[in-house]
Design a protein around this ligand. Structure first.
Ligand SMILES: [Mg+2]
Ligand SMILES: [Zn+2]
Length: 207
């Protein structure tokens, strides 16, 4: 029986893929997504989420929603947008295990607004996740910072604010993440890595 130790470890740990919402799943707006009418899925996003649903990764959407505490949109509206997003994802064959949002403004210095890792840590506690074998996909340096703080594998996508953030990282930030065109491209890499886990399972079943 040929088994790779890393594959074995991964097959016995609970892992997640954390996905940012605005600029990764839906179109980013400088004036915030304030209604379902303003929510537009990015090309390939639904397909990517359906593909991820076929892995055994927990799928957790983590989004900063400061317009709530800026008084621009209510928490109820953000939750309604998120619910409708989840329904659309499910209708396309996808799955979302949890949507987490931070309502705070930067000046409130909360523990959940990315680049803080509060949402990732809470999900890890609730689902019993091994964060060092989990993934994070985002379009901003703040996403990368949150993922870095807890040791997730990080993917920066070039949709949303991605290009601008990459240019910034190239000049004055850290470049310790993988860069992919969009959620679909990042998903392809993750699914390929995860197929090693499936292989390990089958070796067990028949070994
Ligand atoms: Mg974003
Ligand atoms: Zn917060």
């Amino acid at each position: 029986m040929i088994l790779n130790a890393q594959m074995l470890l991964r097959s016995f740990t609970r892992r997640a893929v954390f996905i940012d919402r605005d600029g990764v799943i839906c179109r980013n707006r400088d004036d915030y997504v304030k209604s379902w009418e303003e929510f537009v899925f990015l090309p390939g996003a639904l397909e990517a989420l359906a593909q991820l649903a076929r892995t055994d990764l927990y799928i957790v959407i983590v989004t900063n929603q400061s317009p709530i505490n800026r008084g621009i949109v209510s928490a109820e509206t953000v939750e309604e947008i998120n619910s409708r997003m989840v329904l659309a994802i499910e209708a396309a064959g996808g799955r979302v295990d949890r949507v987490m949002y931070c309502p705070h403004r930067p000046d409130e210095h909360c523990a959940c607004r990315k680049p803080q890792a509060g949402m990732l840590l809470l999900a890890a506690k609730d689902f019993g996740l091994d964060l060092s074998h989990s993934y994070l996909i985002g379009d901003a340096e703040t996403d990368m910072q949150a993922g870095r703080a807890v040791g997730c594998r990080r993917y920066l996508v070039l949709t949303g604010r991605g290009w601008r953030q990459l240019m910034h990282s190239l000049t004055c930030g850290k470049l310790d993440f993988v860069v992919k065109w969009n959620l679909k491209a990042a998903t392809n890499v993750i699914v390929r890595q995860e197929s090693g886990v499936e292989w390990a399972h089958s070796q067990f079943a028949f070994g």
